[in-house]
Write a protein that binds this ligand. Structure first.
Ligand SMILES: C[S@@+](CC[C@H](N)C(=O)[O-])C[C@H]1O[C@@H](n2cnc3c(N)ncnc32)[C@H](O)[C@@H]1O
Length: 384
């Protein structure tokens, strides 16, 4: 691990560790202050306003919000306790001056963090962006590893699975077909490709936030339905009733480690996909990208990498919007759907299917008014 990777890892660990305190500071404390008349004049409550809030049970609700945040922190504490040591370099694989290795893997990660963060400058501590990622990963957990997320997953899986079943009708032969899923988030799609369809599947992810949580859910949690998280607690907006905000989801909907214990079909790689692939030790037969290609700074490099991973006759399946993640970054290339249709063949693909699918939810609280829904593009391209 080099110094920069270590810096990102520490920021990630710090953001998990400080989620609870940070959320209460931003979400609960200011609202309690308003209630007790410690707010700015322009939002000061009159006696009548206070009485109304009392009647509505506002203070009780804030108490429940606090409990929900504590329960999310308990989840992240487990992620830190059981998953973090797999990522913190040991003395043997320390590589770089600034990297602080873990000396005793049995030591508490919290103690390691406290000691290590104390030694490093601000750039190694969680920033707002890291904290945003922790809040959104709760929703990603709901999308990928809960029964509530099944509806969202099913909408995406349906066209992908139908095409894969069409391309590889012989179920027994699928164990020899390797599918790579770049930017797989918490790994549910490659997991489902193995356990439901019988393929070999490899997820790839570069975010430590995702890698730590997916490692915890897939490799460490042994029982289904054993932890509650409250993925929607961090927003007060668009709720028809207060309970919508604080309701829990139960994680995981199935015990991945048990289901995978008998098989070697599933694997994960960590690192930026265009640097990791093509991988000599894992020759892909198919690439499936889901809500991924718009994470590119330079989409042409993604297309080149996918093309390099496949041989003639093999397929790339994509589903997702074109919400270019780095649009605000001046060094970014964003293409339209029309342009992609023109460009993909220039990288050695024949487009064999293309359709637009409307209103696809993404880590959305379906019980709220509104919610994130995307019009996505689904295509299948064959390497020629
Ligand atoms: C919008 S999320 C989609 C996650 C998942 N595929 C899903 O549909 O729920 C995009 C994911 O791609 C990952 N990602 C972005 N750029 C990447 C890269 N260059 N290499 C690997 N993963 C990347 C992000 O960390 C994030 O988890």
């Amino acid at each position: 691990m080099d110094n920069e990777e270590f810096r990102v890892l520490l920021k990630t660990l710090d953001s998990f560790n400080s989620y609870g305190e940070d959320s209460k500071r931003h979400l609960v404390d200011p609202r309690v202050d308003i209630f007790h008349g410690r707010a700015r004049n322009d939002i000061a409550l009159t006696a009548k306003h206070k009485e109304l809030l009392q009647e509505l049970g506002y203070k009780d609700h804030l108490q429940k919000v606090t409990q929900a945040i504590d329960s999310n922190q308990a989840f992240f504490d487990l992620v830190l306790a059981y998953s973090a040591q797999h990522f913190i370099p040991s003395e043997d694989d320390k590589n770089g001056d600034a990297v602080s290795p873990i000396k005793d893997e049995h030591n508490s990660i919290k103690a390691y963090l406290e000691e290590t963060l104390g030694k490093y400058a601000q750039g190694y501590h969680a920033m707002n962006m890291d904290r945003d990622k922790v809040r959104s990963i709760l929703k990603q957990v709901a999308r990928e590893w809960t029964a509530e997320g099944a509806y969202e997953r099913q909408i995406i899986n349906k066209p992908i699975f139908e095409w894969l079943e069409k391309l590889y009708p012989d179920k027994d032969a699928r164990k020899d077909i390797r599918i790579v899923c770049p930017g797989c988030g918490l790994g549910r799609l490659p997991f489902d490709l193995c356990t439901e369809l019988g393929f070999q599947a490899q997820g790839n992810e570069f975010s430590f936030h995702m890698l730590l949580v997916s490692n915890f859910i897939i490799n460490i949690m042994q029982q289904p339905n054993c932890l509650a998280v409250h993925p929607f607690v961090n927003s007060f907006s668009n709720v028809k009733s207060r309970d919508i905000q604080i309701r829990p989801v139960i994680v995981p909907d199935l015990a991945a480690s048990q289901l995978l214990s008998e098989s070697d079909l599933f694997s994960m790689t960590s690192g930026s996909f265009e640097h990791v692939y093509p991988l000599d030790s894992y020759k892909a037969n198919c690439v499936v990208t889901c809500f991924f290609i718009d994470t590119a700074n330079n989409i042409f490099r993604y297309l080149e990498t996918i093309a390099d991973m496949l041989s003639a006759g093999e397929h790339w399946i994509n589903i997702g919007p074109l919400l270019w993640h780095f649009e605000d970054d001046a060094n970014n290339i964003e293409l339209s759907v029309d342009e992609l249709k023109l460009v993909i063949p220039k990288f050695g693909f024949e487009i064999v299917h293309w359709e637009s699918i409307e209103g696809v939810p993404y880590s959305s609280d379906l019980e709220r008014m509104g919610g994130y829904r995307y019009d996505v593009e689904f295509w299948v391209a064959k390497k020629v």
